[in-house]
Design a protein around this ligand. Structure first.
Ligand code: HEC
Ligand code: HEC
Length: 350
């Protein structure tokens, strides 16, 4: 059994612990039995554990080691967070299932979702999104100490934290719901196109995540098709068509707010929405900027006249997309380049 570390699995196995004698085998399912965690349970939001080591979701003495029963997840196209590498885990209460609705996973009351953010191999922030026993979701985060010994509960207002040499902005708890909302099951990453990939489980087996969740009996309804036939998001796969890469990028980074029934539904940037129905292409902006005269939301063929990419490239706090930003603002230059290349290739909005 591999110890699950709070770093992306591949680097945990093959980077820092290259000399660990682990033989990973490909297998249809990563695990055969789901064991709910008895220690990692959704806390009372009014008395959150002050330290990560006290959450029950990591080893009490070694907070960089994830509690054994937690299920890992990795996403095909993680959203941009200042270049952080992310790894996630979750658990749900005994006897409960995850409902699947149009490829979106909706987790039951009592779920704990945990995601760790690393920069240059160092943990900076561990985020939690949990559902109470009555199904109310709430977010809270822990900021790591520079020496990696533990992480401390971030006050509700968030703020700019200095961790070693890095200034790291942490969102306030009340901003979480802008992107985590009922329209995406409160868990933006937990959908077929994101989870449809193989990961290495603690069993030392490399298996498809959806096939494994289904095999564990956690999905309701169960899968009716092999994951091979389900969507897979791509964004940084240079072999995939540019329109698919760009739409998958916008889906992961923008559609949490810009989708029906979400906080900014005047755009629908989900990858499955045809371009002509996104409310983007050829449409005048509601908010104009003196520095971008006449720019449309998206001007086909012209990325430098499209607010979509002009705003992604802007380092002005009031202009930059995606919102919201706290403290340091970083631009995903690779991501913008993909979207610019796509806009340059569009000849018609239909
Ligand atoms: C700007 C949009 C946005 C905001 C605001 C936001 N998140 Fe998220 N969150 C995401 C996206 C997108 C994902 C999917 C994983 C990824 O792309 O990193 C995610 C994933 C997560 C996950 C992993 C489980 C999942 O749903 O995929 C946790 C835990 C989490 N966020 C916690 C938080 C907390 C706590 C806050 C508030 C302090 C917060 N998030 C605010 C966009 C956001
Ligand atoms: C956290 C929520 C959130 C996320 C994530 C987000 N947006 Fe927005 N977006 C908004 C809000 C709110 C507005 C309206 C206020 C404004 O224009 O600044 C907006 C406005 C826009 C507009 C201007 C529409 C107009 O008519 O003026 C464009 C274009 C846009 N967003 C594109 C994007 C793109 C592209 C992404 C991803 C790279 C993205 N947004 C991510 C919340 C978000």
């Amino acid at each position: 059994m591999i110890r699950q570390l709070l770093v992306a699995f591949a680097s945990a196995l093959f980077g820092c612990h290259a000399n660990l004698a682990v033989t990973v085998v490909d297998s249809p399912f990563g695990l055969d039995k789901f064991v709910p965690s008895t220690t990692c349970v959704a806390p009372d939001p009014s008395s959150l554990p002050p330290r990560l080591s006290e959450t029950g979701c990591v080893d009490h003495l070694h907070p960089a080691v994830v509690a054994e029963e937690l299920l890992p997840f990795e996403l095909n196209v993680p959203s941009w967070n200042g270049g952080a590498q992310k790894s996630g885990w979750f658990t749900l209460p005994e006897g409960r299932q995850i409902s699947v609705n149009g490829g979106q996973l909706q987790f039951p009351p009592g779920t704990v979702l945990m995601m760790n953010l690393l920069v240059d191999g160092k943990s900076l922030e561990t985020q939690f999104y949990s559902a109470s026993n009555t199904g109310e979701w709430f977010g809270y985060t822990y900021a790591w100490r520079a020496d990696g010994s533990d992480a401390d509960l971030v006050p509700a207002d968030g703020g700019l934290f200095t961790i070693g040499a890095i200034s790291w902005p942490i969102l306030s708890r009340d901003t979480c719901i802008q992107c985590h909302n009922d329209a995406n099951g409160n868990a933006p990453g937990m959908e077929f196109g994101q989870l449809n990939r193989a990961v290495i489980f603690a069993s030392e087996r490399r298996s498809n995540q959806l096939a494994t969740l289904d095999h564990l009996g956690l999905l309701a309804p169960a899968l009716t098709a092999s994951p091979d036939t389900l969507p897979v998001y791509v964004a940084d796969d240079g072999n995939a068509a540019i329109d698919i890469r760009a739409r998958d990028y916008l889906h992961a980074n923008c559609a949490n707010c810009h989708r029906p029934n979400s906080s900014s539904e005047f755009l629908d940037l989900r990858a499955s929405t045809p371009l002509g129905s996104t409310q983007l292409c050829g449409i005048a902006a509601t908010r104009s900027f003196a520095q971008f005269p006449g720019a449309l939301r998206l001007s086909p063929g012209f990325p430098l006249e499209s607010l979509t990419t002009l705003r992604m490239r802007s380092s002005d706090q009031n202009v930059h997309m995606p919102l919201p930003n706290v403290g340091a603002l970083t631009i995903d230059t690779d991501g913008v380049a993909v979207v610019e290349q796509w806009i340059g290739s569009i000849s018609s909005c239909n």
